[in-house]
Design a protein around this ligand. Structure first.
Ligand code: KMH
Ligand code: ZN
Length: 271
């Protein structure tokens, strides 16, 4: 089995300091959190930027500063979000791709997102994929519902995405695909066998789905964007604490952890 890629989703767009006092917000805090997650075994940092007051922002200058600060500290793969917050415009969401990061997230379909709608029309997907191609950015395809896999494969047919795709199954968002074992089996059996996949379980789904991915040969995403707890009712101390637990479980299962250099090879990142 190939080594395990652990992604740390450090901040997200929805979590607040009220519910997670250890949430990194400033570029300095996000970079430090990425560094500690890297020390704990993460090879990708999935990043959402925030304004100083905590409001989510897709401002390119804020992302530029986060990228620079992370690169000064370690070689973790910087993966900015193009999902942003549900109320960000298409033009705002694509901004960090112009920094030409090695990767960026790309959602291939619209879904309910709690009481909101996370909008990704065909036009959004095609525009984002094209701009990523033009800027040499490897997309991580965010899957919130099974039909989004089919949408991604249509983008391959149109020449807007290259195989093999790297998928991230985001499971357990209220209003989208649940996070039960059968749901993960369904998604994994729905992608081409030469593609790679990560699972991001939301809330209480994070740990059981991560354990499944470790033994199935997938990869794992953990962090405050998806889950703020270490255990029931116990708020996690840091993103690194969540990463370290996954690294420990993987090692116990005989699955080695990928360094960022090894993750780049697994994901065919050639930059
Ligand atoms: N914040 C969500 C609405 C991504 O980063 O690409 C979308 C999201 C997906 O987080
Ligand atoms: Zn995200």
């Amino acid at each position: 089995m190939e080594k395990l890629i652990i992604t740390a989703c450090l901040t997200g767009a929805e979590v607040t300091r009220e519910v997670q006092p250890n949430l990194p917000i400033s570029p300095e805090e996000i970079a430090e959190e990425a560094y500690k997650a890297w020390q704990a075994g993460a090879s990708i940092a999935h990043v959402h930027a925030r304004k100083p007051d905590g409001t989510p922002t897709q401002d390119i200058e804020t992302y530029r500063e986060i990228k620079k600060r992370i690169e000064e500290k370690c070689d973790i793969i910087f993966q900015p979000s193009t999902g942003g917050a549900v109320w960000h415009s298409k033009e705002e969401r694509i901004q960090p791709v112009y920094l030409q990061p090695e990767m960026a997230s790309l959602s291939t379909g619209t879904c309910n997102f709690g009481s909101d709608v996370f909008m990704n029309t065909e036009e959004y997907m095609e525009t984002f994929a094209k701009i990523m191609q033009e800027n040499g950015v490897k997309p991580e395809i965010e899957i919130f519902e099974k039909g989004m896999i089919d949408n991604a494969m249509r983008l391959v047919k149109k020449g807007l995405l290259s195989m093999p795709i790297h998928f991230d199954f985001v499971m357990g968002v209220p209003g989208a695909i649940p996070g039960e074992a059968r749901d993960l089996m369904y998604l994994v059996s729905s992608i081409p066998s030469n593609c790679t996949w990560t699972v991001a379980g939301i809330g209480r789904y994070e740990l059981p789905l991560a354990v499944m991915a470790i033994v199935m040969g997938g990869h794992v995403r953990v962090g405050f964007e998806d889950n703020i707890y270490y255990s029931k009712g116990v708020v996690a101390e840091s993103n690194a604490q969540l990463v370290a637990r996954i690294a420990r479980i993987a090692k116990e299962c005989g699955r080695e952890i990928a360094t960022p250099a090894e993750a780049r090879k697994i994901l065919n990142i050639t930059k």
